[in-house]
Design a protein around this ligand. Structure first.
Ligand SMILES: [Zn+2]
Length: 440
């Protein structure tokens, strides 16, 4: 391992880099016209890498003013598959009037680094960048090639980031067999100071669906039987009130079994949701991985209160468990009936097993820094760039290690107000990642 004073310097730098990255406003609303800082952040990362001697690939995706940076650190054994460490540079919007500090201040105060992106995911980008620089400066040779990728557009599905790179520049990831990135590796405290670190091994699939109903336009004062607004509202209400069946996937089953081992708590199948609720804040995430969901999110119809419009539209955010797509489609068709037009954008689920040398290396790195801790697999109800990289046959994990205070509601910080990350957690995470990258 790195000598203690050297890794301390890398951990200090991780805190500084995270704070500086937050100060670059990389808000991604989904509309490329509104982008302000993504390019600046990519240039910042590129400069930090070239400064210490990396040759980088700076990739502007499709001439669309979206910017990605990829660099490779040669490992000791070129015959082994490379490890990809990737992070996105964009963030979701933040309304400064709701925050205690300015969301793009990157303030380091009260033991936290504050701001939009502090946990999603400029923390991991800061730790990764600090270690990449540390390794180059000190001539560290990892066991196998490490590919560092800093990408655009994750918060809008990665169309001009990871997905674009996989489609257009797959050679940048040549030989990569496994990847680590966000939304995993953080701790939950299950009983008196016994922490479990949740490693993401699966993600639900995403379907962003638009529903459209066509009816007959007419005057709002008359008898009217073919009203698009009425028909759409009925369909949206049926869907929004529907509960899809409870399905226990392997990763969720393994997570719950691990919690039972640590705490003795039971998760009976006849009251699974009740039992999961006892997990506290994290139950928001775990609870959403027990069934498919279809949440209506937008409604659009009409232009004047006395005119019946000929069309009405709704947006529905569907999240589908691995292996459930066909069954989900059947249920959906039954709920909506034949008259509702549907179109959608779909990203597949992700699932791997929680075993093998890479998982052992994660667990060893965690327990070296937090003796007595456990690692457990879990499924993310949201989606990440893992969905893109799995198309290259890469095995994906969420492993951005953070040791968190027991009372911090971590899952609420994602896209939340007063997003922040403990300084101690960043320092811990840098040490764990260092051990992991040197042994993986
Ligand atoms: Zn993210």
């Amino acid at each position: 391992m790195t000598e203690p004073n050297l890794i301390d310097a890398a951990a200090d730098e991780a805190v500084t880099l995270t704070s500086e990255l937050i100060r670059i406003d990389t808000t991604n609303t989904g509309d490329p016209e509104t982008l302000v800082g993504e390019r600046e952040a990519a240039e910042y990362v590129a400069e930090k890498l070239t400064e210490v001697g990396y040759e980088i690939s700076y990739v502007e995706s499709g001439g669309r003013n979206r910017h990605n940076v990829v660099a490779r650190l040669a490992g000791a054994d070129p015959s082994r598959g490379a490890l990809l460490v990737h992070g996105h540079l964009d963030v979701v919007p933040a309304d400064a009037s709701e925050w205690s500090v300015h969301p793009f201040s990157g303030a380091v105060q009260d033991g936290y680094v504050w701001g939009r992106g502090a946990v999603d995911m400029k923390d991991m980008v800061g730790m990764t960048l600090a270690l990449a620089r540390h390794y180059k400066r000190h001539g560290v040779v990892p066991p196998r090639d490490i590919i560092f990728a800093f990408v655009a557009d994750e918060e809008a599905g990665g169309k001009f980031g990871a997905q674009w790179l996989v489609d257009n520049r797959p050679e940048l990831f040549e030989g990569a067999t496994e990847a680590v990135s966000e939304v995993g590796g953080f701790s939950i405290t299950l009983r008196d100071n016994v922490r479990a670190y949740l490693v993401e091994t699966a993600e639900k699939g995403i379907r962003w669906m638009k529903l459209r109903v066509r009816g007959t336009a007419g005057h709002g004062s008359m008898i009217h039987r073919d009203n698009a607004v009425t028909k759409l509202s009925e369909a949206v209400a049926r869907l929004g009130n529907h509960r899809f069946p409870l399905v226990l996937t392997d990763s969720v089953r393994e997570f719950l079994a691990g919690v039972t081992e640590i705490t003795g708590w039971d998760f009976p199948e006849d009251d699974l949701e009740g039992a999961v609720a006892k997990l506290g804040n994290i139950s928001r995430m775990i609870g959403a991985t027990l069934r498919d969901t279809a949440n209506p999110t937008m409604l659009t119809a009409g232009y004047k209160s006395n005119v019946i419009p000929s069309t009405a539209e709704a947006a529905v955010d569907c999240r589908i468990l691995p292996g459930r797509l066909e069954a989900f489609d059947r249920e959906l068709a039954e709920l909506l009936g034949p008259d509702i037009e549907r179109e959608w954008m779909e990203l597949p689920p992700v699932e791997t097993t929680f075993d093998g040398a890479l998982v052992d290396a994660m667990t060893a790195a965690i327990t070296a820094e937090d003796p007595g801790a456990r690692t457990l697999p879990y499924m993310l109800s949201g989606g990440t760039d893992a969905k893109a990289f799995q198309r290259l046959g890469i095995r994906n994990f969420g492993f951005a290690p953070l040791r968190l205070p027991a009372d911090l509601d971590f899952s609420a910080l994602f896209h939340g107000v007063d997003e922040r990350v403990p300084v101690d957690a960043l320092r811990f995470g840098t040490r764990v990642l260092d051990r992991f990258l040197r042994s993986a």
